[in-house]
Design a protein around this ligand. Structure first.
Ligand code: GLN
Length: 488
């Protein structure tokens, strides 16, 4: 194989070449660098890259480790020591991370090399990556369309073969939706499965870190490295971390899959319904049994999510005051002018909208009517899933109600953008895990646009949803299709 073909490999294939010493970690990084130079002007997925630091690590890494010598791209919301961390915001301009997040420590301990930071919606608020205040990332399947968001830089990089795999974060769908729109596998772990220490907080009761990859096996490999309890994150769970690759290859005999009636909603793109229906048949042919069930509070998901996520964001983002890090307004008159103008000038529109909304739902007089009531409905949504999982092992649905939309098409209408999360954000509200796996294409004006199948599992049941996703993936060819940019 020629060196220039390396970036097309899966992590699993790359790691076996590295382990057999057929290629060195340095050669892998050099080939990736050439590849990024070739496609980055088209997709604009990266915010910063430090190849010099990465090459130093490559020269001393142990290739026998599970991810030994594998470069991984990192969403720019996760701190990597010595690197910028902008969160796609002007307010963090000039900030450099003083330490590694626990997920980065864990990746390094497994031999992976975090080499670059990817673009995102500012503070992870959005579904298209257009809310980045730094650049606009394009979908490698069609450069006039969004890659999804908020982890759109991570998705575009992997879908263009400009990263072997990437980390994203998912608060309401930000790993699964961009994976779906970019033809990738994206896994949102259960709440508490992966440490958030060193990950800049958006909504602390919803945020999780997880992988975006070309295959389910690659996602399992990254999960095995990053998951686990962390004494720096009191919300991380103590349960031991299984080897997530272990269940891969097991068949689906006796597996029960729930098909919720609420997920057959109006307005869902017809080619997506068709692809998901075909995936249901395919899963049945593999031995899975379909169970029809109901998640009666699904309709409230978007409203509840946007109350809770904005409330938590308004508190979390209070720390960006121009005193401690990043951007600082020039020549303030006094302290209040300093705070006010730093935040006015440093935050983008969507972030300000959410801070205002979140402050409102927490304000006295409205707190009970909005925030407390949202928490009560959140509990009903969680109970829906508890009851559903008494009848099935996992639940299936589309990941996104539509394929990748055109750049600029939704930016004027925040509510239309919020609807991108209808199938994803209830999993965050309930704390359960979910994966998106490619299940077909929508054809629009000559473009082939990927479609994702979402598989939701009980809390801490990542191994089970990976097994189901893997069995499905291996029985289809969808994951082998590559974007036009990946073929350049
Ligand atoms: N699209 C959702 C939002 O804008 C989800 C974002 C996320 O998961 N980070 O809040």
């Amino acid at each position: 194989m020629s060196r220039s073909d390396l970036p097309a490999l899966t992590i699993a294939d790359l790691q076996s070449l590295l382990r057999r010493k057929e290629v060195s970690p340095r050669e892998v990084l050099e080939s990736l660098r050439a590849r990024i130079e070739q496609v980055e002007p088209k997709i604009e997925a990266y915010l910063s890259i430090d190849f010099e630091a990465a090459l130093k690590e490559a020269d001393k890494v142990d290739v026998n480790l599970p991810l030994g010598g594998v470069p991984i791209a990192i969403k720019d919301i996760i701190n990597v020591a010595g690197q910028p961390c902008t969160c796609g915001s002007k307010i963090l301009a000039g900030y450099r991370s003083p330490y590694d997040a626990t997920v980065i420590n864990n990746l390094r301990a497994a031999g992976a090399i975090p080499f670059g930071k990817t673009n995102m919606d500012e503070f992870a608020m959005g579904s298209s990556t257009e809310n980045s205040s730094i650049k606009v990332t394009k979908n490698p399947w069609d450069l006039s369309r969004v890659p999804g968001g908020s982890s759109g830089g991570s998705a575009a990089a992997v879908a263009a073969n400009a990263a072997f795999g990437a980390l994203g974060t998912d608060t309401g769908g930000s790993i699964r939706q961009p994976a779906s729109l970019s033809g990738l596998v994206g896994l949102k772990p259960s709440y508490g499965r992966v440490s958030r220490f060193g990950v800049i907080a958006f909504a602390s009761s919803l945020d999780q870190v997880g992988p975006l990859t070309k295959t389910t096996r690659d996602a399992a490999m990254i999960m095995s490295a990053i998951a686990g309890q962390d004494r720096h994150d009191s919300t991380s769970l103590p349960e031991p971390v299984p080897d997530y690759t272990k269940n891969l290859g097991r068949d689906l005999k006796g597996i029960k899959l729930g098909v919720p009636k609420e997920y057959r909603v109006e307005g869902i793109h017809p080619q997506i319904s068709a692809a998901v229906n075909a995936a249901v048949k395919q899963l049945e042919s593999l031995g899975a049994e379909m169970v029809h069930l109901s998640l009666p509070h699904t309709d409230y998901g978007i409203a509840v999510y946007y109350f809770i996520a904005t409330a938590e964001a308004s508190a979390n983002l209070a720390r960006f005051d121009g005193v401690r890090y990043g951007y600082r307004a020039k020549d303030p008159k006094d302290l209040l002018d300093h705070y006010g103008r730093t935040r006015e000038e440093g935050f983008g529109e969507e972030v300000k909208r959410r801070i205002i909304l979140g402050t409102y739902v927490l304000s006295s007089g409205y707190y009970d009517a909005y925030y407390v009531r949202a928490q009560k409905v959140r509990e009903l949504i969680r109970q829906d899933f508890v009851k559903a999982f008494e009848k099935c092992d996992a639940i299936i649905s589309p990941t996104s109600p539509e394929p990748a939309f055109k750049l600029g098409e939704r930016t004027a209408n925040p509510l239309a953008m919020y609807l991108a999360d209808i199938f994803t954000n209830t999993a965050n509200l309930a704390g359960i895990c979910g994966i998106s796996v490619p299940c077909g294409f929508a054809k629009e004006n000559g473009s082939q646009l990927p479609i994702g199948l979402q598989i939701l599992g009980k809390s801490l049941n990542e191994a089970r949803i990976l097994q189901i996703a893997h069995a499905y993936e291996q029985s289809t060819d969808w994951h082998r299709a590559r974007s036009p940019i990946a073929k350049l």
